[in-house]
Design a protein. Structure first.
Length: 124
């Protein structure tokens, strides 16, 4: 039997295939990680996700769509609000689930002091 080979990009980086998109990851000369998705480069933003102006830690969250969806929402768009709103039909259930991943208020304030970009609000 032949062992299935992991997909590789032209540069030899591992390719993570999930649904309809492909992601590759590499480190350039600067040492900063660059992630490619659908031909667009973006850089990981840090450990936390911001949704509707509130910060969350989803590192240990087992997302039903796969971890790639979480990282794509956080890193490609700087803010995960629009990705969250547009991909959760049952938004009441999704909002209830993420409550337990909300960061404490002191860390919320610290992150908001560092990140001055206005965050989109959640839909009512």
């Amino acid at each position: 039997a032949t062992e299935a080979k992991k997909p590789r990009s032209e540069e030899g980086n591992d390719v993570v295939a999930h649904n309809l998109f492909f992601m590759t990851s590499s480190h350039g000369k600067s040492g900063i990680e660059t992630v490619w998705s659908s031909g667009v480069a973006f850089h990981p933003q840090g450990r936390y996700w911001r949704i509707g102006g509130v910060w969350y830690d989803f590192i240990n969250f087992n997302h039903p769509g796969g971890e790639e969806m979480l990282y794509l929402a956080r890193d490609r768009f700087d803010d995960a609000t629009y990705a969250f709103e547009s991909h959760h039909i049952n938004y009441k259930k999704a909002r209830a689930i993420i409550k337990k991943y909300k960061l404490p208020e002191d860390l919320q304030n610290e992150l908001n002091d560092k990140i001055k970009v206005r965050a989109p609000k959640l839909l009512p």
